[in-house]
Design a protein around this ligand. Structure first.
Ligand code: SF4
Length: 248
């Protein structure tokens, strides 16, 4: 069986992820994305924050297939610079299917009517503004691509190229990239940087929960600074489908 031959016979998500991870161990990121597109076809999407390091993965994906669906979570709390950067990259890379995910009006009215939930409960705020919109969007998918890398945080130090995420496979084509690899790729392809990187933001999320990072600090130290929170929740197992198969 060739390396890119689809694995139709593997039903279990965990087994499928393990087989793909072993098969593509050490493969370049573009080959991993190509393999994911071949394996999952229209059941695959890429999730991007259009943050500090997003240009690399989006550029690689556009080289494989500019029609690959790209899911962008607009929490309503993003920096205006992020929205402008998104538009710049979409046009530059020719991305043809960028889908903007938003929190539901009902959730906001019921749980965050003033928009200040982040001040007293960041987990609840991330849940209604990020986790639930993404869970709804991926409910019909078989796999999604993320831009996580092992160097970003100790909690990410062991992520594989392919992993099980509930009933779906999560693909991490940049898992083994380091900051030097990212810089080299950006330079080689003359990719524009997120404008906030030059202002001391190596990791960029929502405006209220992101602060600049000092020299020598962890790149994600500016996310939810002062609290114990390190992840927004979209990389924990997402809420699963209910018995009828509909997303929750
Ligand atoms: Fe809310 Fe902050 Fe999470 Fe954004 S990062 S969804 S503002 S808690």
């Amino acid at each position: 069986m060739g390396r890119h031959e689809a694995l139709a016979a593997v039903d279990d998500t965990g087994d499928l992820a393990s087989v793909l991870a072993a098969r593509f161990d050490g493969a370049p990121a573009e080959e991993v994305i190509t393999a994911a597109r071949e394996q999952f076809a229209d059941g695959l999407a890429l999730v991007s924050s259009f943050g500090a390091e997003s240009a690399v993965l989006l550029h690689l994906a556009a080289r494989v297939d500019p029609a690959l669906p790209v899911l962008f979570i607009d929490t309503g709390k993003l920096f205006p610079a992020t929205l402008r950067y998104r538009d710049t990259l979409v046009e530059r890379f020719g991305l043809r299917d960028v889908r903007v995910l938003k929190p539901s009006v009902e959730d906001l009215q019921a749980e965050d009517p003033t928009g200040a939930l982040w001040m007293r409960d960041t987990d609840a705020c991330c849940d209604i503004r990020k986790v639930r919109p993404l869970a709804r969007a991926v409910a019909g998918l078989d796999a999604w691509i993320s831009g996580r890398k092992r160097f970003q945080a100790s909690s990410r130090s062991n992520i594989p190229l392919f992993e099980a995420d509930g009933p779906r496979v999560k693909v991490n084509p940049l898992a083994d990239w380091d900051p030097g690899d990212l810089r080299a790729y950006m330079q080689a392809h003359d990719l524009p940087a997120h404008p906030l990187v030059a202002e001391g933001y190596p990791s960029i999320g929502c405006m209220p929960c992101t602060s600049p990072v000092a020299e020598g600090e962890d790149p994600r130290a500016g996310r939810w600074r002062g609290g114990e929170k390190t992840e927004c929740g979209i990389h924990f197992p997402l809420p699963q489908e209910n018995e009828n198969g509909a997303g929750i």
